[in-house]
Design a protein around this ligand. Structure first.
Ligand SMILES: [Zn+2]
Length: 416
């Protein structure tokens, strides 16, 4: 994107957040209707979805009318051909892969503008709002740290660290890097905080990906002596909503997404579920995408004065903690991590079905073999010391009654 267009997009985002909330909502609705028309005109999937219901985009006049359209689920993204808009070449699009909380991988494709807005500009707006400045260093904690690009290192001043590195080693690296901001999962940052306390002094900590309880927030804030801001997002939509310094809730990025919180059960999806429509991704329109979390609206205006709507996600990503035979808990994210990146695994769930036993159910992909099994055990065993591991190959993994997948379950300590 050319730098003048980029600057203009950023200025527009900066201005938009301060408009009165009814103006923000009206503009958001116009963008949504434009996206519906575009999807209907250019994608086989939405053309047939509208046709099957005997409606056209003109019939969607109010937000309530959206329930006439189907909910898009992750499995729909696994065969995405019908979702591509005419006129876009798949190989020229940006893509994001998500193994996701459902245990099923899928790739989302973005056109240039959607990518720049979702990946960089709305994030920049949110971080600026919290006090982060472009010259600040940021440390990112990731499952598999990617080799930082020139853009990340030099322009965004970011360095990535793996969450499996020894904590004292990471602390040493952080001391020499001197980050002003940390980005990571709450469960990781609560482990890092006591080790890095006093040596690493960021001004801001940004969390995402897991439920941030008040206790965890306090542990991270006091451990690092920094302010903690939580971010809500998903791979398919990028950042959806974020906390401003007033922390009255999470401001929805109304310029890039339209969020619905279902008021009643729809298509087996329970009330309270969050579904999101992208307002910017025209290459692969995603309309009413089921994120897999629940949430609620906050009707009050935020004291910061922004007109962006306020919500509170209650990360319903269903996952249990493992409880070790020797005592101690292991975060579900640490349990699923060694398994979810393996190419031989199409879908999986991990169950602590006895106090000292983990059952890994795997739907194999074409590349699954004995090595895959060995790698699962090799990766998982150190995470859950004292437990034996059994691998069971299955044809399918059924969702919970709620329609969600519980990717890490503990049936030994909780009946579910
Ligand atoms: Zn605010």
């Amino acid at each position: 994107m050319n730098p003048f267009v980029l600057a203009a997009e950023m200025l527009a985002l900066q201005r938009e957040q301060w408009r009165p909330s009814h103006v923000v909502r009206e503009r958001q609705w116009r963008l949504l209707r434009s996206m519906l028309a575009h999807a209907y005109d250019t994608t086989p999937h939405y053309r047939s979805a509208f046709d099957a219901r005997g409606i056209t985009p003109a019939d969607i006049r109010t937000p309530d009318d959206l329930t006439r359209l189907p909910i898009l689920k992750k499995r729909d993204l696994r065969a995405p051909d019908g979702l591509f808009a005419r006129g876009y070449k798949r190989e020229s699009l940006h893509k994001s892969f998500s193994s996701g909380s459902t245990g099923e991988g899928a790739t989302t494709y973005f056109d240039d503008r959607a990518w720049v807005i979702g990946r960089f500009l709305v994030k920049l707006r949110a971080r600026l709002a919290c006090g982060l400045r472009p010259w600040h260093n940021a440390a990112l904690f990731q499952w598999i740290p990617n080799e930082p690009s020139f853009l990340r290192r030099r322009i965004l001043r970011q360095l990535a660290f793996g969450v499996h590195e020894p904590l004292d080693q990471t602390t040493d690296s952080l001391v020499s890097f001197g980050p002003h901001a940390l980005y990571g999962f709450p469960s990781y940052l609560t482990r890092l905080a006591p080790v890095a306390a006093g040596r690493v002094r960021p001004r801001f900590v940004f969390t995402s990906g897991e439920l941030l309880t008040e206790r965890v927030r306090e542990t991270i804030a006091s451990g690092f002596g920094a302010e903690v801001f939580d971010i809500y997002g998903c791979t398919e939509m990028k950042e959806i909503a974020w906390e401003c310094p007033a922390r009255s809730g999470y401001h929805v990025n109304a310029d890039s997404v339209f969020v619905e919180i279902l008021t009643q059960e729809e298509d087996g999806v329970p009330a309270g579920s969050i579904v999101v429509t992208s307002l910017v991704n025209r290459a692969m329109p995603l309309i009413r995408y089921l994120v897999g979390d629940s949430g609620s609206w906050i009707p009050e205006a935020c004291s910061c004065g922004r007109g962006l709507p306020l919500m509170r996600p209650s990360l319903g990503r269903l996952a249990d903690y493992f409880i070790l035979p020797g005592g101690g808990e292991v975060s579900p994210y640490n349990v699923m991590d060694p398994v979810e990146a393996l190419p031989g695994v199409a879908q999986f769930e991990i169950v602590q079905d006895r106090t000292d036993h983990a059952l890994v159910r795997v739907v194999p992909s074409a590349t699954f073999d004995e090595d895959t099994k060995r790698e699962i055990v090799r990766g998982l065993a150190p995470v859950i010391p004292g437990m034996t591991i059994t691998i069971e190959v299955v044809d399918e993994i059924r969702p919970e009654k709620s329609g969600k997948f519980r990717i890490v379950k503990n049936t030994a300590f909780s009946d579910s």
